[in-house]
Design a protein around this ligand. Structure first.
Ligand code: HEC
Ligand code: HEC
Ligand code: HEC
Ligand code: HEC
Ligand code: HEC
Length: 180
């Protein structure tokens, strides 16, 4: 029973959905191009987080294909030419009933992207995105392990995790702070 619970259950519970194409942070934000994170993930002056860049940002450089990379070909042929937004799957996207502000954490709380997201910013490829068949939430909300054990401090972003970190820093929020 334990083996079934441990191995089979996660396979049944989650299904994977491919990202539209692979994207390398290493090429764009690493030494090769040296773009700043804010070039694509900006916090506007009114505090709104403009999570993912619009297609016009990519078109600044990819109006036509620069190299031979097959992912770039998909970007240009499928999205830039027809001016369509790319339907990325956000790994940590929260349900609509939870309110999260990047400005509070990154600017006021002075936290680093890695504290919550891990090393996506220096990665060469996007991880597999999987979604819970029952709740429809990304697997990253609960964390990779069903029992809840974490290998890295940034795994999982469910309500317990939010409240736990807030408690560590002496914040006790009412439900209404996060559920507006
Ligand atoms: C050229 C634009 C660009 C730059 C520069 C860039 N990113 Fe990204 N980033 C993207 C795109 C496109 C995605 C969408 C892939 C996805 O759905 O995760 C993404 C996704 C992410 C995510 C995943 C969010 C989630 O939960 O899905 C994180 C975290 C992230 N970037 C951090 C960074 C950091 C840190 C830097 C600076 C070191 C950076 N990015 C620089 C374009 C960029
Ligand atoms: C400042 C210019 C610039 C911007 C803005 C930019 N790119 Fe790129 N991108 C490049 C260059 C240069 C390469 C390397 C081309 C090569 O040598 O194959 C590249 C390579 C790529 C590749 C192929 C390598 C890989 O990542 O697997 C993809 C896909 C890609 N870019 C997607 C995007 C997307 C999506 C955006 C918008 C969020 C974007 N780029 C914005 C300059 C840019
Ligand atoms: C306190 C933890 C925390 C920190 C620090 C943090 N994030 Fe996030 N990030 C989140 C959560 C939670 C979400 C989901 C928000 C939502 O769905 O409303 C998110 C969503 C995102 C997304 C959007 C993906 C999508 O679903 O559209 C991007 C991109 C991103 N973060 C990048 C960054 C970058 C870049 C930094 C550093 C400047 C950063 N984050 C710092 C927790 C954090
Ligand atoms: C790793 C630590 C950490 C995690 C994880 C975290 N937070 Fe926070 N959060 C903070 C800190 C620190 C502040 C206080 C910033 C300040 O006001 O100094 C804060 C502030 C807030 C505020 C108050 C904003 C304001 O302007 O008063 C809200 C709402 C909030 N967090 C929601 C969330 C939600 C929702 C999640 C989970 C999805 C989450 N946080 C995860 C550390 C964290
Ligand atoms: C620090 C932020 C925070 C606080 C405070 C908070 N929540 Fe949540 N809550 C979340 C986040 C983020 C989620 C979505 C992720 C998840 O399901 O764990 C959530 C999910 C939930 C859910 C599950 C709904 C669903 O869609 O899965 C319930 C019920 C809930 N919260 C009730 C409460 C109640 C009652 C309180 C007050 C005692 C409270 N929450 C306080 C952040 C918070």
């Amino acid at each position: 029973m334990l083996a079934i619970g441990w191995i089979v259950f996660p396979i049944v519970l989650y299904k994977t959905e491919p990202q539209p194409f692979n994207f390398s942070h290493k090429i764009h934000a690493g030494e090769q191009l040296g773009m700043a994170c804010e070039d694509c993930h900006k916090i506007a002056s009114d505090g709104r987080f403009l999570a993912l860049p619009p297609i016009s940002k990519c078109a600044e450089c990819h109006a036509s294909q620069i190299g031979q990379n097959p992912n770039e070909k998909i970007l240009v042929d499928k999205y830039i030419v027809s001016n369509r937004e790319i339907p990325w799957h956000g790994y940590m996207r929260q349900p609509d009933n939870a309110y999260f502000s990047h400005a509070s954490h990154v600017i006021v709380g002075k936290m680093k992207c890695e504290d919550c997201h891990g090393r996506i910013g220096s990665s060469d490829s996007l991880r597999t995105y999987s979604v819970n068949r029952i709740s429809g939430y990304s697997r990253d909300i609960w964390g990779l392990n069903i029992p809840g054990f974490r290998v890295h401090p940034w795994e999982g972003m469910n309500m317990d995790r939010c409240i736990h970190c807030h408690a560590e820093r002496g914040r006790r929020d009412g439900c209404i702070q996060c559920h507006k």
